[in-house]
Design a protein around this ligand. Structure first.
Ligand SMILES: Nc1nc2c(c(=O)[nH]1)N=C([C@H](O)[C@H](O)COP(=O)(O)OP(=O)(O)OP(=O)(O)O)CN2
Ligand code: ZN
Length: 122
């Protein structure tokens, strides 16, 4: 079974070596969907949504919200690269006895998103 929680954070960035409007400093309200897969435990939960929220806020949202992403991350801040960074932050901490990180989806605008699952990284 899969459970998903949704987060938002507001960040500034600009693309490097890019010929277009996104080379200029601008901001997005990013939307992050975090999906964890596993078997419901004795209490009927794959993972407690409260615990999921605490982990993602600590490992991702606090580090990126109201920040200049180029400075925090130190690489070209495409949606794809940000998503890879988030996966590396979260994958090690979502390793429970009965669950693991399954999928992330990062919306950069209401019409553009990148998505990654464990299968993309093998
Ligand atoms: N593959 C990628 N392409 C682009 C990225 C990216 O991260 N990966 N990023 C950008 C820019 O950062 C830009 O902010 C997003 O561009 P765009 O989708 O054109 O944004 P709009 O707000 O204009 O979206 P509309 O919904 O189409 O109005 C560019 N490309
Ligand atoms: Zn952008």
């Amino acid at each position: 079974m899969k459970v998903t929680k949704i987060f938002t954070f507001d960040s500034a960035h600009n693309l490097i070596n890019y010929n277009g409007k996104c080379e200029e400093l601008h901001g997005h309200t990013y939307k992050l969907e975090v999906t964890v897969e596993g078997k419901p435990d004795g209490e009927g939960m794959v993972i407690d949504f409260v615990k999921l929220k605490e982990i993602v806020n600590e490992k991702v949202v606090k580090k990126l919200d109201h920040k200049y992403l180029n400075e925090v991350l130190g690489f070209n801040t495409t949606c794809e690269n940000i998503l890879l960074w988030i996966w590396k932050e979260l994958e090690p901490v979502f390793k429970g006895d009965n669950y693991h990180l399954y999928k992330l989806r990062l919306w950069e605008t209401p019409t553009s998103f990148a998505e990654i699952t464990e299968k993309d990284l093998v």
